[in-house]
Design a protein around this ligand. Structure first.
Ligand code: S3P
Length: 164
């Protein structure tokens, strides 16, 4: 079983992936963590600040390709911008794609203390990014789960209902 979680920053991809992987007894892969571990950088913002977004996107595509081609069973937590690269969409389509849909208001509340995410430093730009990406998240996903009003165990329950 290959399942990928997509959605904007702060939609809960990492925590829901862990819960889901635990429940299904599958390996949980966090793509951003993999990118850092397989590079000489110590954080995602470090990559953005030293090498720029395009460089990060190349690493992101390489790691995604490896994950999907090498592993047969996993829950993959992707970064919010995974869908900006067309090649990534084709790769993701080989897996079951779950879109964690979250309102921008809720995302702002969740990320208000966050200084780590380079593309969330400027709120106006982040909102534009959010709007630009919504269609692709919807189109690429097999199904979507609204996470704005649900707690984590409810979200897990909804996902399990859909995949079983
Ligand atoms: C990004 C989201 C981040 C990370 C990077 C770029 C984006 O992951 O990959 O900062 O373009 O939305 P999260 O969605 O886990 O925050």
């Amino acid at each position: 079983m290959q399942i990928s979680l997509i959605g904007f920053m702060g939609s809960g991809k990492t925590s829901i992936s862990k819960l889901l992987a635990n429940n299904l007894n599958l390996n949980c892969i966090e793509l951003d963590e993999l990118i850092i571990n397989n590079s000489k950088f110590k954080s995602i913002s470090n990559i953005f600040d030293q090498k720029g977004e395009d460089y990060f996107r190349k690493l992101e595509n390489q790691e995604l390709e490896k994950v999907i081609l090498i592993n047969t069973n996993f829950i993959l937590s992707t970064g919010g911008g995974i869908i900006v690269n067309k090649d990534n969409l084709l790769l993701l389509k080989k897996t079951t794609v779950i879109y964690l849909e979250t309102s921008f208001d809720v995302i702002c509340k969740r990320l208000k203390e966050d200084r780590e995410r380079p593309l969330f430093r400027d709120l106006k730009k982040a909102y534009q990014l959010y709007l630009n990406r919504l269609n692709t998240y919807e189109q690429i996903s097999d199904f979507q789960i609204n996470t704005s009003d649900c707690n984590k165990s409810k979200i897990l329950e909804l996902i399990l209902e859909k995949i079983n």
